[in-house]
Ligand binder design. Sequence first.
Ligand code: DGL
Length: 260
Amino acid sequence: MTILVFDSGIGGLSVLREARILMPGHRFVYVADDAGFPYGDWEEKALQARMSGIFDDLVARYKPAMIIVACNTASTVILPLLREKFSFPIVGTVPAIKPAAEQTRSGQVSVLATPGTVQRDYTRGLIAQFASKVNVRLVGAERLAALAEDFVLTGKVDEAAVAKEIADCFIERLGARTDIVVLGCTHYPFLTNVMRRLAPWPVDWLNPAEAIARHARTLVETPQQVEVVQDLAEFTGGRPQPDMERFLSGFGLRLVAGET
Ligand code: DGL
């Protein structure tokens, strides 16, 4: 069975990594809408229309058993529409606000995400529903997803820029400091070690990838036999740079030319 894993860039690979471990025997097709990257600044309706067209095409070509929208920003605008259109399971990515509210000891939690995700009603609804007794600070990071992409590809990162992007996550109020930072963008787990080093004090960085994969696993049948299948990747912007191609092949993904 084919499972589509979608993101604006390579952030969704943090989810694919977990899904492959927990869901052997499926063929994964990873799709990056790099032509639309970054999603963080897109206006809601325009982003919805763009993704809707991309998914129509992908579903017609791959006939997936499931779609995992491995992108918080995309999930905030597209999930109801996809569930209305398609009858197979659609799994979204939600900032881990509920677990953060349950786990915080100081009562100070920050959600680090794209500007789009922090401003959407969807995210504010999660806070109202699950974290009303906790002080949640929403931090919209303009450049962090792009910095994560660079880091993954080159191994280098502008540390001053990362420090600036995460600075607002750290607050101290009446002696209580932020103790959890929710990674509300699937790109950010790739920068966890860098952010950990640059943080003014230690915090837990909550990555929802494993929980997403665990949930996805409950929604499709487990294949009886593990078939050796080649996982694929396609980019909406056409063939990416050779360094990206090398990285994807190290990830076990063969690039195919998309038609979206
Ligand atoms: N990976 C995406 C997310 O989880 C966002 C990256 C972007 O700005 O496109 O929100």
